[in-house]
Design a protein around this ligand. Structure first.
Ligand code: UDP
Length: 422
């Protein structure tokens, strides 16, 4: 079976930790790898944004296809909207010459828009995963305003797609409440994790490898440097800790996040904690396990996370997590077992729980062991099969719907759908 995996605004092969390169990129690449391992043929489609090959083999059965749409260089995500029709046309043309695809699976609303058009042209089921939702970001009120256009399109896609993948039951509720999505079509399937890459390893060796002090408590934050991640709260938290020797590592951020980084550095200086905060810049994904292992606690103070891969990666490495009780984090971090969940958007409760953990190595070790065991359920081999099951169900559903549709449905659509049914 051939899958068209659509990731228009960001390439899954781009370096991670940039402004637009984080969880979704990891997810699209790893899911596609897993599907290819299961025997599917997967083409990932993205916008051509550099002097890069039009098609690039990634693994047996998996390739990346870069489609020309707009200037062949990185542009702001908002500016890509103007080039979406061109992207959708290029996608359709490619599918007509090199397709067909039995499933279209798109990621984020922009790809959802293009994917919906492709699915209609191919008369194939359309599976969508939004990763973030405009309405939810606006309600999280972190200072940026998502355009109405985005929300309007999200609503239309949510109503038309054959199936929607929600990373958590919370996201499913949001889709139903704010977008009127049909509950029967929303499937809660969490993100997967590479549990072979993210594994516990000795803390001392990890610190030595990274040139980090052996004798100071280390707190870790990892991600794309953006306002929604709550880094201001994190700096205020560090300033309020009883452990004055704790070191905070901030991993992530590229040139496009330079302004926010300068603001954060200024805030750390004015709080008198500049010596206690280290910005490493973006770190290669493969090197991250050493950072998680070197840390005593990983902190995720985000205002919103639809899933929050970083928390799960840290737990997979046996590192407890102190996180905001928001979105997917509320279902991945087990409060009082693998870390703590903080229901308030303010530094004091974060500092309190961090001090508890930093003062108690045995508690940290217990949480770490429980954390590793708790994330087994996110193994890619399990999650990949759940997505594959969803594909099968979506194909049946699509064929059934075509089959029972009133006779007004074009014959061709009915025939294609029936032929596509397994
Ligand atoms: N990441 C990375 N290097 C960095 C910063 C982040 O590899 O310097 C990866 C991190 O390991 C995780 C992803 O980016 O897999 C961030 O995903 P998450 O779901 O936590 O946040 P999102 O980007 O979806 O907001």
């Amino acid at each position: 079976m051939r899958i068209a995996m659509v990731s228009a605004h960001t390439s899954p092969l781009a370096p991670l930790g940039g402004r637009e390169t984080g969880g979704m990129n990891v997810y699209v690449l790893e899911l596609s790898r897993e599907l290819a391992r299961l025997g599917y043929t997967v083409d990932i489609f993205t916008r051509l944004d550099g002097d890069l090959p039009a098609t690039e083999p990634v693994a047996p059965g998996l390739r990346l296809v870069r489609l020309p749409a707009g200037p062949p260089r990185p542009i702001e995500k908002e500016a890509i909207i103007a080039h979406l029709p061109g992207f959708a046309r290029a996608l359709r043309d490619f599918a007509h010459t090199e397709g067909p695809y039995e499933i279209v699976h798109s990621h984020y609303w922009q790809s959802g828009w293009a994917g919906q058009q492709l699915a209609r042209a191919l008369r194939a089921p359309h599976i969508v995963m939004f990763h973030t939702l405009g309405e939810v970001k606006n309600r999280a009120r972190f200072g940026e305003d998502e355009p109405r256009l985005r929300i309007r399109h999200e609503r239309a896609i949510a109503r038309r797609a054959t199936a929607i993948v929600a990373a958590s039951s919370h996201e499913r509720q949001l889709l139903e409440r704010y977008y009127g999505a049909d509950p029967a079509r929303v499937h809660v399937i969490p993100c997967g994790i590479d549990l072979d890459l993210f594994q516990p390893r000795p803390r001392e060796a990890a610190r030595a490898e990274l040139g980090l002090p052996a004798d100071r408590p280390i707190l870790l934050w990892v991600g794309r440097l953006e306002k929604l991640k709550g880094l201001e709260i994190l700096l205020d938290t560090v300033a309020g800790l009883e452990r004055r020797d704790a070191l905070l590592l901030i991993v992530g951020g590229d040139d496009r996040a330079a302004t926010l980084r300068r603001e954060l550095e200024a805030r750390a200086a004015s709080l008198g904690i500049a010596e206690r905060v280290r910005f490493t810049g973006a770190v290669d994904h493969q090197r991250l396990p050493a950072f998680y292992a070197a840390a005593d606690v990983c902190v995720v103070p985000s205002f919103y996370e639809s899933f929050g891969l970083v928390a799960v990666e840290a737990m997979a490495c046996g590192t407890p997590v102190v996180a905001s009780r928001v979105g997917g984090l509320a279902s991945t971090v087990i409060d009082g077992v693998t870390g703590y969940l903080i229901p308030w958007r303010c530094p004091e409760p974060f500092a309190e729980k961090l001090d508890v953990l930093l003062a108690n190595p045995e508690l940290r070790a217990n949480f770490g062991r429980a954390a590793r065991a708790a994330v087994e359920r996110f193994r890619w081999s399990t999650i990949g099969l759940r997505i594959a099951d969803l594909y099968d169900a979506a194909r049946h559903e699509f064929a059934d719907r075509a089959g029972i549709a009133p006779s007004g449905l074009p014959n061709e659509a009915w025939e294609t759908a029936i032929l596509a049914a397994p």
